[in-house]
Write a protein that binds this ligand. Structure first.
Ligand SMILES: Cc1cc2nc3c(=O)[nH]c(=O)nc-3n(C[C@H](O)[C@H](O)[C@H](O)COP(=O)(O)O)c2cc1C
Length: 275
């Protein structure tokens, strides 16, 4: 395939409302802007050293106060993947991907480390520390995604792993104070079912200069709705309406949260006090 031009990359990412192609550019930017979630994989295994390379990239992410308050469970066992798939809305790609990574907001290690020195660690019981751990896990996981894509692999996050966090924790034998934040399927993209780059909102909706402004939002979101309606149609996705309709449906009420509306109670069950 001929290398795509910057303008083509931007058009795929933004549709017709793409920013001008004179913006700063690099190979890394090309990789980042070509991201797409991959949900179809070949059965090919991952070469030795792939998992370790991905985790090294994950560990290279910035981490709040160097606390490194995350862990990851690498699941390759077919039966365990099948059980996790069931807990995550029966998503078939979890079964097919050779590797399923479960990213944890993990405050358990800090509790053990402090306890071993007989040092107090009641700060772990505050919501702030859970937030720190979730942010750390997300930053690490996204570095892993970029690393996997740099190796030619495809990935898709699995937030549905939070549908049944207690059952997932039991399956993975997690200690108290470890929350499965999301899963990540990793595998070789099936060339017979290529994934498309999904357009994003125009920059005018997410980029604010100096102070927050919604002045350009109405027109920009209207443009994006048109772009996404065309994208859904081209991909033959059974999404009703446009982005606004699709997104509003996702936040309509607790019934739209697929079991995650009880997450606060589940967090307590996992050992997070949330003071
Ligand atoms: C935290 C998180 C959770 C997600 N959970 C799921 C999921 O459970 N199943 C799925 O198929 N995709 C999931 N996705 C993928 C999103 O649907 C996808 O990133 C989004 O539609 C944008 O598409 P793109 O990644 O191809 O650009 C998740 C993404 C994120 C960031």
């Amino acid at each position: 395939m001929a290398p795509s031009t910057t303008a083509d990359t931007l058009r795929r990412r933004y549709g017709e409302g793409a920013p001008p192609p004179q913006l700063a550019w690099s190979e890394t930017l090309e990789l980042l802007l070509n991201h797409r979630s991959v949900r179809a994989y070949t059965p090919a295994p991952l070469p030795d050293g792939t998992l370790e390379a991905i985790v090294a990239a994950a560990q290279s992410a910035a981490t709040s106060s160097n606390l490194q308050a995350w862990s990851v469970v690498a699941v390759a066992d077919q039966e365990r993947k099948a059980r996790l798939a069931e807990l995550a809305g029966n998503q078939a790609h979890i079964r097919v991907a050779p590797l399923f990574l479960v990213w944890l907001a993990d405050l358990s290690r800090l509790a053990r480390v402090a306890a071993q020195r007989e040092l107090p660690h009641a700060g772990l019981d505050y919501t702030e520390l859970l937030l720190v751990a979730v942010i750390d896990a997300a930053l690490a996981a996204q570095n892993a995604v970029v690393a996997a894509e740099a190796l030619g692999l495809g990935t898709v996050y699995i937030g549905a792993l939070r549908n049944h966090p207690l059952e997932v924790a039991a399956e993975l034998r997690l200690p108290p104070r470890a929350l499965p934040v999301f899963g990540l399927c990793v595998g070789w993209p099936d060339p017979a079912k290529p994934a498309a780059v999904k357009p994003r909102l125009p920059q005018a909706t997410v980029l604010h200069h100096e102070v927050y402004s919604v002045a350009a939002e109405g027109a920009a979101v209207a443009d994006y709705n048109a772009t996404m309606a065309a994208f859904y149609a081209a991909q033959q996705q059974r999404v009703q309406g446009d982005w606004a309709q699709h997104s509003a449906k996702r936040v309509a009420g607790p019934q739209a949260l697929s079991g995650r509306e009880t997450l606060r109670e589940a967090l307590r069950g996992l050992g997070f006090e949330l003071r």
